[in-house]
Design a protein around this ligand. Structure first.
Ligand SMILES: [Zn+2]
Ligand SMILES: [Zn+2]
Length: 224
């Protein structure tokens, strides 16, 4: 089985992350992973991006975590894929299949509703899963899942959720609505005590192989 991390943050792009992209990538290599998807907080989330930057500079900052992780991954032999954790007042979406170039050429996409964002991602060949639905935290205005029709998948296990209840509720939500399931660590530090993710039977050649495996249920959910 080939192990992939679906939810990983780097510092300083994610304000809450403690480890650099290089440290994160090396930690996953040491743990036997084949690849990771870098899902830093977008500029509408807990971003380390200075406020008020012109769009191009903000995007250059945002993609820098991925680019550094990718360069380190090429050095040590870990596949690194591009992702986004998009936020709406604490409701968050893991997004795969879009490119850094797409972000540069679409200024203003940080202020969309869930309906608008879902349509944008899908129209451009991407995939979106709600991250940790039901997680209760002071900064999450609405902890509940969005309309399931807007989602391609659900993060049914998030190792960063301290309560098992929200993970169980997320699983039930995905099960009831027949939505594809994924698990992830939501790692913010290379010292994370345990890691989650998904297991694939075949090595992914691109992020689209990972998306396809999740959508068709061909993944093992890694629950520590
Ligand atoms: Zn975070
Ligand atoms: Zn996250």
């Amino acid at each position: 089985m080939y192990l992939y991390e679906t939810h990983m943050h780097t510092s300083p792009v994610s304000f809450c992350a403690e480890s650099t992209p290089e440290e994160q990538v090396r930690a996953y290599k040491d743990r036997g992973y084949t690849g990771v998807i870098v899902t830093d907080h977008f500029i509408n989330g807990n971003s380390g991006c200075p406020r008020g930057l012109p769009w191009n500079e903000a995007m250059a900052f945002f993609v820098s975590g991925y680019e550094k992780a990718k360069a380190e991954g090429e050095k040590i032999g870990l596949d690194v894929f591009f992702g986004i954790e998009y936020a709406m007042f604490g409701t968050e979406f893991l997004t795969y299949g879009l490119t850094p170039e797409f972000l540069f050429t679409n200024p203003g996409i940080d202020k969309l509703t869930a309906e608008e964002y879902s349509a944008l991602v899908r129209e451009n060949g991407g995939y979106l899963a709600q991250a940790h639905p039901y997680r209760a935290a002071p900064w999450i205005r609405n902890p509940y899942p969005v309309n399931p029709a807007l989602l391609d998948g659900v993060e049914v296990y998030n190792a960063g959720s301290c309560d098992d209840l929200s993970n169980d509720q997320a699983y039930e939500f995905a099960f009831l609505h027949n939505l594809p399931m994924q698990a992830g660590t939501d790692s913010h530090s290379a010292d994370f005590p345990y890691t989650s993710g998904i297991g694939l039977r075949e090595k992914a050649g691109s992020i689209f192989d990972i998306i396809e495996a999740i959508k068709t249920g061909q993944v093992e959910l890694i629950v520590p």
